[in-house]
Design a protein around this ligand. Structure first.
Ligand SMILES: [Zn+2]
Ligand SMILES: [Zn+2]
Length: 106
């Protein structure tokens, strides 16, 4: 049995889950992709400068360098920031991955 692709866009999903965020344009498709691995986030974490990366990507990046810099905007942090998983982003990423998988099955 073919699974129909629901044709949901990230906007649909986010406006369904987070009407306030979606209407303010806070959540865009690009923001759900890690700029290190270019994939949808797995365990997204936020840097103090407000950028998001997969926890593993960012840890790897910082493990291999002397300084902790945001890989995106290059802002340097004196101390290695405490990385907390962004629950909201992770939820949206899970939905996105789920719908993408469904689309691939079809
Ligand atoms: Zn990544
Ligand atoms: Zn940054």
């Amino acid at each position: 049995m073919a699974i129909k692709c629901p044709n949901f866009s990230v906007g649909d999903i986010s406006s369904f889950l987070f009407p306030d965020m979606a209407s303010s344009g806070a959540l865009l498709a690009e923001e759900l992709h890690c700029s290190i691995c270019l994939d949808v986030f797995t365990d997204p974490v936020s840097t103090p400068c407000g950028h998001n990366f997969c926890k593993s990507c960012l840890s790897q990046c910082w493990d291999s360098s002397q300084t902790c810099k945001c890989p995106y905007c290059k802002e340097a942090f004196n101390q290695r920031p405490d990385l907390k998983i962004n629950i909201t982003l992770r939820m949206v990423s899970c939905f996105l991955t789920y719908f993408q998988l469904k689309c691939n099955i079809e």
